[in-house]
Design a protein around this ligand. Structure first.
Ligand SMILES: Cc1cc2nc3c(=O)[nH]c(=O)nc-3n(C[C@H](O)[C@H](O)[C@H](O)COP(=O)(O)O)c2cc1C
Length: 141
């Protein structure tokens, strides 16, 4: 059974809806899923997982959320990630998803195997929820 960890930050709920869809799908596809708001997450949640998804809104000038998500993510810079499978997901108001592309480049630099990204404008459409479910399936494989 694959261990999948989904760690996200959300205030208005848009990113949380995506996190829940990924988690439900990974569970349906046989994974053991840990889903946490980043304030409850530890480094071990990632280190002990076979595959991981990180989620954030675009905040504070088109970056991931800076008060809680940024320091959490920064910890992985110096940790061995062994090409761990990673999905990045999030929501933006106006940056058209550029923040996820920037974040993806950064996580590749940290040694993760970024297998897919999903950025939605504000709340996800039905099609974007379907894509989130597909990501959950990929993480469970
Ligand atoms: C304080 C604040 C700052 C934001 N900054 C940006 C930004 O820099 N670029 C952008 O595209 N959207 C920005 N947004 C829009 C959010 O990314 C968007 O509303 C997102 O859906 C929020 O996700 P959540 O509902 O999971 O909290 C900002 C929203 C807030 C409340």
């Amino acid at each position: 059974m694959k261990k999948v960890s989904i760690i996200y930050w959300s205030n208005g709920g848009n990113v949380e809806v995506l996190a829940d869809a990924i988690a439900a799908s990974a569970t349906e596809n046989g994974a053991q899923v840990t889903i946490k708001h980043v304030t409850d997450a530890t480094v071990e949640d990632v280190m002990n997982a076979d595959s991981v998804a990180f989620g954030s809104p675009s905040m504070d000038n088109n970056r991931i959320e800076q008060q809680e998500m940024e320091p959490y993510i920064n910890q992985f810079k110096l940790l061995p990630n062994n090409g761990k499978k990673l999905v990045l997901f999030g929501s933006y108001g106006w940056d058209e998803g550029q923040f996820i592309i920037d974040w993806s480049d950064r996580m590749k630099d940290y040694g993760f195997d970024v297998i897919d990204i999903l950025a939605v404008k504000e709340s996800p459409s039905d099609a974007q929820i379907e894509k989130a479910k597909m990501l959950g399936e990929q993480l469970a494989k």
